[in-house]
Design a protein around this ligand. Structure first.
Ligand SMILES: [Zn+2]
Length: 285
């Protein structure tokens, strides 16, 4: 029973503001530990319920930050982190040998209100991301990619908006609500130690369901995928020049890019690329 855990930071218990998840924030060192402790609660629950292998992968500020505290993470897992990962960037450890996916510390999609730090992939870059005309968030990318591999999502943790959006995609998953979003940077929080008890219980439920075979992998959206990314700012000269060289991107309007992809690993890479496609001469993605 192999569990893949994607750990993001915006949905970690107790964290509500961008300053909480930015390396310049006053509590960042402590918040890294909180992120690690939420992950540990999921890891511990997974092993308690019968997992034999747990792979953890960082999903926060991937290119610039390594956030999990490696000395504090549960010693039974492995951790995938760092820049330039193969495959779907933040899903490098997700493959068909995985039995169940957990999304720990994840957040609502771009455009959500309330929704603690709601965004899709690039807060600064993207106003909205749609797939076949429907707004999507990071859980959509994970659920669809996992579904392509025949793997179900079993657990999500974050605020109530993340939970609602993820359960709409993956109704057999367990959702653990560690905070009630009041806006985009405020929430009613429960103390993190209590939240971790809930995450551990949720992980036990999720792995138990995986063992029983009652988790259903996502299906229902088929490739090729067509995304629209609405940019916060019109594409500048460098981005326009970069996108002209790439067949899979079409600048439909100054602030609207159409992206196509044959599968969701590539789809994630291509959408994520638009978060840094304004760097002159950068066409690798
Ligand atoms: Zn994040």
């Amino acid at each position: 029973m192999k569990v893949f855990i994607s750990v993001d930071m915006e949905g970690i218990s107790g964290l509500v503001r961008w300053a909480d998840v930015s390396s310049s924030g006053i509590d960042f060192a402590r918040n890294r530990l909180r992120m690690t402790e939420d992950a540990n609660a999921a890891i511990d629950g997974a092993f308690a319920a019968g997992a034999t292998e747990v792979v953890v992968e960082e999903n926060h500020g991937v290119e610039d930050l390594c956030v999990l505290d490696m000395d504090a993470i549960d010693r039974r897992c492995t951790v995938i982190r760092g820049a330039g990962r193969p495959g779907a960037t933040t899903m490098a450890g997700l493959d068909a040998t995985t039995d169940v996916v957990f999304l720990v510390g994840h957040h609502a999609r771009a455009g959500s209100f309330p929704g603690v730090m709601a965004h899709t992939i690039s807060y600064g870059g993207f106003r909205l991301v749609t797939l076949h005309g429907r707004p999507v968030g990071e859980p959509d990318f994970f659920a669809i990619r996992a579904g392509e591999l025949g793997v179900p999502v079993g657990l999500v943790t974050g605020d109530q908006v993340l939970a609602e959006q993820a359960l709409a995609l993956c109704p057999t998953a367990e959702a653990v609500v560690v905070k009630q979003a009041l806006g985009n940077q405020s929430a009613i929080c429960i103390p993190p130690p209590r939240a971790r008890d809930m995450i551990r219980s949720g992980a036990i439920t999720a792995v138990s369901r995986a063992i029983e075979g009652v988790l259903v992998p996502f299906s229902g959206i088929s490739a090729p995928y067509v995304f629209e990314v609405l940019l916060r700012k019109p594409a500048g000269e460098a981005m326009q020049a970069n996108l002209r060289q790439l067949d899979c991107f079409e600048l439909a309007e100054a602030d609207r890019v159409i992206v196509t992809a044959p599968d969701m690993a590539i789809g994630f890479r291509r959408v994520a690329y638009l978060g840094y496609a304004d760097r002159p001469g950068v066409t690798r993605h």
